[in-house]
Design a protein. Structure first.
Length: 100
C-alpha cells in the first residue's frame, strides 16, 4: 500500500486538478491478485469513474513500477485491479442528511 501510494504521488501525474490516494489494498492469499481502492479528489462524480478506468488501463505499467520497487521483498507481484473508494462520499452524504 505504501509503495503504491508513492507511485501515485511521484510517478503518475493525473490530468487536471486530480489527486489520487490509495486507501485500501486487499491481496489474495496466493498473492496473484490485489484489489486496490483509490480515493479520488477533485473531479465530479462521473469524472471519478473515468479516472479509475484510465488507471486500470495503465495497470500493467503500475505493476511494473511496483515490481521494480519491491522485487527483493516479494517473489510474486500481484495483478492489480483498481476500484473507486466511495466511503468518503458516503460519509459526506450521511453528514449532510443528519444536518437537515
Amino acid at each position: 500500500m505504501k509503495e503504491l501510494s508513492e507511485i501515485f504521488q511521484r510517478e503518475i501525474k493525473a490530468n487536471g486538478n486530480v489527486m489520487i490516494s490509495v486507501t485500501k489494498v486487499n491481496v489474495t492469499t496466493d498473492m496473484s491478485y490485489a484489489r486496490v481502492y483509490l480515493s479520488i479528489f477533485g473531479p465530479k462524480m462521473e469524472d471519478k469513474k473515468k479516472v479509475v478506468e484510465e488507471v486500470n488501463g495503465i495497470s500493467k505499467g503500475i505493476r511494473k513500477m511496483l515490481g521494480d520497487r519491491v522485487r527483493h521483498q516479494l517473489r510474486i507481484i500481484p495483478e492489480l485491479q483498481f476500484f473507486e473508494d466511495d466511503s468518503l462520499d458516503y460519509i459526506e452524504n450521511i453528514d449532510h442528511l443528519l444536518k437537515d
